[in-house]
Design a protein around this ligand. Sequence first.
Ligand code: ATP
Length: 248
Amino acid sequence: MRTVSVDRVTVAYGDGEPVLRDVSVVVEPGRMVAVSGRSGAGKTTLLSTIAGLLRPIEGTVTIDGEPLRDRDDAVARRVVLIPQDNGLATFLTVRENVEVALLANGHTPSDARRLTVEWLERLGLSAQRDQLVEELSGGQQQRTAIARGLALHGDVLLADEVTSELDAASRQNVLDLLRKEAERGVAVVFATHDPDAAAVCDAELSLVDGRATLVRTERAPAEDPSGTVQAAGAGARVARDDSAPGDV
Ligand SMILES: Nc1ncnc2c1ncn2[C@@H]1O[C@H](COP(=O)(O)OP(=O)(O)OP(=O)(O)O)[C@@H](O)[C@H]1O
């Protein structure tokens, strides 16, 4: 399993002002770290940078100490992104969307079929599996994207606002599944503006105007009244030697 290190990263779109400024964070295997912040704060930009989709103008993203080159490199190193806009092919069925991703990832057709059935079941989508994605509700589409991302069984999981369209039961199910990924040793980075969802993560990186602060580094078991998500200690740590405790 792999450690993600974001080291003093500054990111801009084109010639514009930086959207992320001097952001650092380390996410270790087995940890689940929330990235919070208001709309436009830079959450998607940070996840896209860790996914290799955006190249920092300063600083580096490393996976197990090796600088990340681009998206192909990230995929090869098993960095899975569940994008905010779900990224599904709307003209394919639910089942096809998951199966195609698994086939592209090197699974045999029979494995791809089996894993697809399993993950759609876990996301409560068995009844919808032969429906076109364009016929689904927003929440069903979101769950399809989550099933596809989790089925890929990455070493790093970047989940961008994956609970925003879900009802309470589905949301809890997804949070439990993200926690299970962390328990498997995955480094999970979860962008959310839902404080309750952020609260079940091990740590929370808050983005304000492109600057990051580690606002919480450990989740107390008492904060989880449902008991369905286990506390797992500190999930992220500061990455700069010269920063004040809690700053990144
Ligand atoms: N492709 C792009 N080109 C130019 N600017 C962009 C692009 N994508 C995002 N931005 C800008 O970068 C800033 C951060 O956007 P980002 O999508 O990372 O925020 P966010 O925290 O994920 O927001 P939300 O919660 O609404 O998804 C915003 O000001 C946005 O307008």
